[in-house]
Ligand binder design. Structure first.
Ligand SMILES: Nc1ncnc2c1ncn2[C@@H]1O[C@H](COP(=O)(O)OP(=O)(O)O)[C@@H](O)[C@H]1O
Ligand SMILES: [Mg+2]
Length: 543
């Protein structure tokens, strides 16, 4: 009889896990937890891919999202864009191979990075409905349609039903059927996700077809593409040991010394010499792929002990003051907007980041809970809305940590105010694998606070202006009411004609309160003012 503790017996159970099994066990890591969230994740993956692809091709994105109910907890999702499409020879890998894509090892501010998104949707469809996804593409070279599924054992695409299609379509369209999902309104649903995407991407036009047949258009408010983010080399102070190892493994350089100079920014021969002095026992002449974990750890420690030129800051792509103001007016239609844009900062000594804030007040700002108004926090990282895990996020902490009374808002949770914060960086430190929260690093929270406070000052001026005005207006009305009575009494006393007294009193009061009616414009008390320089202040506009 076989010994149950024998290695042979034990290792009979040794199996390679297929990618599908890994996915089933770890689907929450990829955002597939909960029915509503899973559906939002699918839309997020396809829409971010569409935006990345159109922007890279220099095309103004037009994206349509079509969601239909097929049965209980079963929906179809179709996302179509006007981008460059995907070549026929690549489409299988792009949509059905986990960890395949065009965006790895590029130190550039883009939405996708790992090559997991599109394939995870294909897997999710396979696992929950046993169906392939259907794609249609029009590139400069070919126009085709096909079904794509995954050979989960081998992490390979299976393409079927490929046909040539109409030449007139240019772009990419993907259609899939998914189970274990649910369409819902509310803070975590697709409507909110797309609305926020439109807020942070004023150049994007998005159409949504909801399962009940409702069609919604989020129109663009900017007609030019954002400035292209520059690809930069990572700064030595911004990386950790495992990233250093990863770069070393991928390097083509012959020696560690030249690898360091080629891979990182601000790395010179002088720095290599300093490292030789400081890092005893590490042979910088050997091949990078022979770098060991302990050595990587030691090198990172040495990096931190040296003085470096600060990182370049032009890797950052922002929404911009004007973009935020235009999008907020377009999408939220508030009474008033105040925006702040600050200079890039650096966290962990080597990673540049920048924070932008827009605060909307009144009108469509805030959110309704029943009949009651409430403040709302709209979080973004690299212009991608973060809908989940709010309590784990630096943005939530920073906004909640602000003494809103100082900015004219008595109770944040009871007023029509939306605070939109976008944190941009080549390297956003997320607090979880789901990438839904910015980790609570001191330097980041501090910078977000400063940015929100700057925009807050604009709101404070507006609210106190409105309050003053309301007080004056009610005074004016009361006085006007008494003028008629008073004129009658005065007329009796003095014998002067009542009408004349009334007229001169009205004139007197009007002259004192004339400023109230000065720039009424559209009758809503519109005012447009810009204050503060780019550097120090918020810009404010009323709608
Ligand atoms: N709509 C699209 N248009 C053009 N290319 C696309 C589109 N969607 C996906 N791709 C390509 O497929 C690759 C894989 O996508 P994905 O799995 O989401 O990974 P990632 O976005 O992280 O690179 C992308 O890198 C891109 O090259
Ligand atoms: Mg992607």
């Amino acid at each position: 009889m076989a010994d149950p503790n024998d290695a042979d017996t034990i290792f009979k159970r040794f199996k390679e896990h297929s990618i599908a099994e890994f996915f089933k066990k770890n689907r929450q890591m990829l955002g597939y937890s909960g029915k509503v969230r899973s559906l939002t994740t699918i839309v997020h993956e396809y829409v971010t891919n569409s935006m990345d692809a159109t922007e890279e091709a220099g095309i103004l994105p037009e994206i349509s999202v079509d969601v239909r109910e097929l049965g209980e907890d079963k929906y179809s999702v179709a996302v179509t864009d006007n981008g460059p499409g995907i070549p026929k020879s690549i489409v299988g890998k792009a949509m059905a191979t986990v960890l395949a894509g065009t965006k790895f090892h590029r130190y550039m501010q883009q939405r996708g990075q790992q090559g997991i998104g599109a394939a995870s949707c294909t897997l999710f469809s396979l696992i929950t409905t046993n169906k392939p996804i259907h794609v249609k593409a029009g590139t400069s070279r070919d126009s085709y349609e096909c079904d794509i599924s995954i050979d989960t054992r081998n992490n390979k695409p299976i393409i079927t039903n490929a046909v040539d299609s109409e030449k007139s379509f240019k772009g990419f369209s993907v259609h899939g059927e998914f189970g274990d999902v649910k369409y819902e309104g509310g803070d975590h649903g697709i409507y909110e996700y797309l609305k926020r995407t439109a807020l942070a991407n004023p150049h994007v036009q998005i159409k949504l077809h909801e399962p009940d047949g409702n069609e919604i258009l989020f129109p663009r408010s900017a007609s030019s593409l954002p400035k292209r983010p520059k690809e930069i080399k990572p700064h030595p102070l911004g990386i950790n040991a495992s990233e250093l190892l990863e770069f070393a493994q991928a390097s083509q350089s012959r020696k560690i010394s030249s690898f360091l100079i080629e891979t990182f920014s601000r790395f010179t021969q002088n720095k290599v010499d300093e490292i030789k002095q400081a890092a005893h026992g590490i042979d910088l002449e050997k091949e990078p792929r022979h770098l060991k974990w302990e050595e990587a750890e030691q090198l990172v420690k040495v990096f931190k002990s040296l003085k470096w030129v600060s990182p370049e800051l032009d890797s950052l792509s922002m929404i911009g003051e004007e973009g935020i103001a235009a999008a907020i007016k377009n999408i939220l239609n508030p009474q008033f907007v105040s925006v702040s844009e600050r200079k890039p900062r650096i966290f962990r000594g080597g990673v540049p980041f920048v924070v932008e804030t827009g605060i909307a007040y009144g009108g469509g700002a805030g959110k309704k809970i029943g009949d009651a108004e409430s403040g709302s926090i709209l979080r973004f990282a690299n212009k991608v809305p973060l809908l989940f895990d709010g309590s784990a996020c630096a943005i939530t902490d920073a906004v909640r940590g602000i003494d809103w009374k100082r900015y004219g808002i008595q109770k944040f949770d009871e007023e029509p105010v939306s605070v939109m914060v976008n944190v941009s960086s080549v390297y956003i430190p997320y607090s979880g694998v789901g990438k839904q929260a910015v980790s609570k690093e001191e330097e980041i929270i501090e910078e977000i606070k400063l940015s929100v406070q700057e925009a807050g000052r604009g709101i404070q001026r507006y609210i106190s202006g409105v309050r003053n005005r309301n007080i004056q207006e009610s005074k004016y009305k009361i006085i006007m009411r008494y003028i008629s009575q008073l004129s009658g009494d005065l007329s009796e006393l003095t014998g002067t004609e009542r009408g004349r007294i009334e007229e001169s009193l009205k004139e007197l009061v009007d002259s004192k309160y004339r400023h109230l009616f000065a720039d009424e414009g559209d009758g809503q008390g519109a005012a447009d003012s810009r204050n503060g320089s780019k550097d120090s202040g918020a810009s404010v506009t009323a709608n």
